[in-house]
Design a binder for this molecule. Structure first.
Ligand code: HEM
Length: 321
């Protein structure tokens, strides 16, 4: 072999090796399960449809589950790990405790997938797909989910405690999303998720008793079921108009000072962000486009380097060695 042939051959080998490492190691791809579990996507879709049919709110809960997973050390299903006597997970962190839902739905979908193709589909990918399928099922936009996330072998309750609070002001919200690489526009679009689902009295009490930028009759109505003390778990719609339909009415509510959470109304309270809220209120297509872009970005937040993870057999616990 001539010298230049050897050099050329070596370059090809190096390039091939690099591309294999990249694909196997970190790059997500929509076709990740095409040969190893071709029915994966339809199994998740069917599981989500069944769960929403059983209880419509589940769609909202699955969407939020993905958010709370991705914001804590990346989208690695860390939120699904149960506490044990020797392990503290994220489920009991203040923003999650008695609030985040959908775990049983993920369990059921995982059980079906383990029957079909054992040890192949990660819990983190199931959560990402379930969030997308929920939005689509409730009338929202669709997008392609890139796959190949790995499941964590750890969780962080302390980081989960830093998830954005409903009492946050605009600058805290912006800072919290920026720390995850998400822009102000991404944050406003993702907040449109509050077009579906419910919140507990304890999450909006401060707003209905203390805020001045709230529609008076809206506040009085909410005060009837959410007293100053007690009834912490009484639920209200995040979008008073269509809580089971993924539309842009959340932004309409903000224009009328009818955001349920203090953090919601912060997006329309006299700042430069107001114009974006107005745009989304007038243009569903634009909201959907920006929402999809932001969801893809959020769902690709990576776990820290070096935490290689595994494909859990049971989403609630780390595999035994
Ligand atoms: C901007 C910062 C955010 C804050 C402060 C926030 C806060 C909250 C709070 C307090 C609740 C009610 C929890 C309860 O009372 O039990 C809630 C519900 C919800 N959130 Fe957010 N959230 C934010 C962003 C997001 C994002 C980015 C998503 C999705 C991508 C999302 C999706 C949802 C959904 C769908 C619900 C309803 C869940 C259900 O009914 O089970 N939120 N959020």
């Amino acid at each position: 072999m001539a010298t230049h042939d050897i050099v050329g051959f070596s370059i090809v080998v190096v390039l091939l090796a690099t591309s294999v490492i990249t694909t196997a190691g970190c790059k997500l791809s929509p076709s990740h399960y095409q040969s190893t579990c071709p029915k994966a996507l339809s199994i998740v879709r069917a599981g989500v449809a069944k769960a929403i049919k059983n209880e419509t709110r589940t769609g909202a809960s699955l969407l939020r589950l993905h958010f709370h997973d991705c914001f804590v050390n990346g989208c690695d299903a860390s939120i699904l790990l149960d506490d044990t006597p020797s392990f503290v997970g994220e489920k009991t962190a203040a923003p999650n405790n008695n609030s985040v839902r959908g775990f049983e739905v993920i369990d059921r979908i995982k059980a079906s997938l383990e029957k079909e193709c054992p040890g192949v589909v990660s819990c983190a990918d199931i959560v990402a797909l379930a969030a997308r399928d929920s939005v689509v099922h409730l009338g929202g936009p669709s997008w392609t989910v890139s796959l190949g996330r790995r499941d964590s072998i750890t969780a962080s309750r302390s980081l989960a405690n830093t998830l954005p609070s409903p009492a946050s002001n605009l600058s805290a919200l912006i800072t919290s999303f920026a720390a995850k690489g998400l822009s102000v526009k991404n944050m406003v679009a993702l907040s449109g998720s509050h077009t579906i689902g419910l919140a507990r009295c304890s999450s909006f009490r401060g707003r209905i008793y203390n805020d001045s930028n709230i529609d008076t009759s809206f506040a009085h109505k909410l005060q009837k079921t959410c007293p100053k003390i007690g009834n912490d778990s009484v639920l209200q719609r995040l979008d008073i108009q269509t809580p089971t339909f993924f539309d842009n009415l959340y932004y309409h509510n903000l224009l009328q000072k009818k955001g349920l959470l203090h953090s919601d109304q912060e997006l329309f309270n006299g700042s430069s962000v107001d114009s974006l809220v107005k745009k989304y209120a007038c243009d569903t297509e634009k909201f959907f486009r920006d929402f999809v872009r932001a969801m893809i970005k959020m769902s690709e937040i990576k776990p820290p380097k070096g935490s290689n993870g595994q494909i859990r057999k049971n989403c609630r616990k780390v595999n035994q060695v």
